[in-house]
Design a protein around this ligand. Structure first.
Ligand SMILES: Cc1cc2nc3c(=O)[nH]c(=O)nc-3n(C[C@H](O)[C@H](O)[C@H](O)COP(=O)(O)O)c2cc1C
Length: 145
């Protein structure tokens, strides 16, 4: 059985660069313990989905919750699933200047204001994550990434 967890949080501005540079290491650690999922970053929020063995998902989440590089960590989904929905590790930046079409496709779904963590629901977060995966897949197919 696989456990799937989704949380959102608010980045600490001063830590964003350091956090971004730690992403490759996070990916390696996740690979080592069979954690897959998706990390989305936006200037006002982080959204992360992690899937894997329940004890490992819980262990990682407990570390993430107390990580001082973000705050307002809010669990929006936690469930057991039979098969993984995200069987690799994906990372995407939601930034108007980097990819305006992708930015628009996400901001059509959510209000990305300061109060994001208190307003986004689990189902909407899943829409955001699946839409991101679909767009990333289209881009990869078209050779744009
Ligand atoms: C927004 C955010 C997402 C994170 N995601 C992961 C992750 O997917 N995998 C990971 O190993 N660490 C992740 N971390 C880092 C953990 O909080 C923690 O620092 C890291 O697991 C190192 O723990 P350790 O010193 O016990 O090895 C994340 C931190 C933040 C702030």
């Amino acid at each position: 059985m696989i456990t799937q967890l989704v949380y959102v949080s608010t980045p600490i501005d001063a830590c964003i660069d350091e956090f971004n540079s730690s992403l490759p290491l996070n990916q390696i650690k996740n690979n080592e313990c069979g954690i897959t999922g998706m990390m989305l970053t936006h200037k006002h929020f982080y959204m992360q989905l992690i899937e894997g063995d329940r004890s490992l998902v819980n262990l990682l989440y407990n570390k993430i919750v107390v990580d001082s590089r973000h705050r307002n960590v809010t669990l929006v989904k936690y469930q057991d699933i039979v098969t993984r929905q995200f069987d690799d590790w994906y990372y995407a930046v939601i930034d108007k200047d980097i990819d305006p079409i992708f930015y628009r496709s996400i901001t059509d779904l959510v209000n990305v204001g300061d109060d994001f963590v208190n307003t986004v629901s689990g189902p909407v977060a899943m829409c955001v994550l699946h839409r991101t995966a679909a767009i990333a897949c289209i881009k990869t197919t078209l050779g744009h990434t």
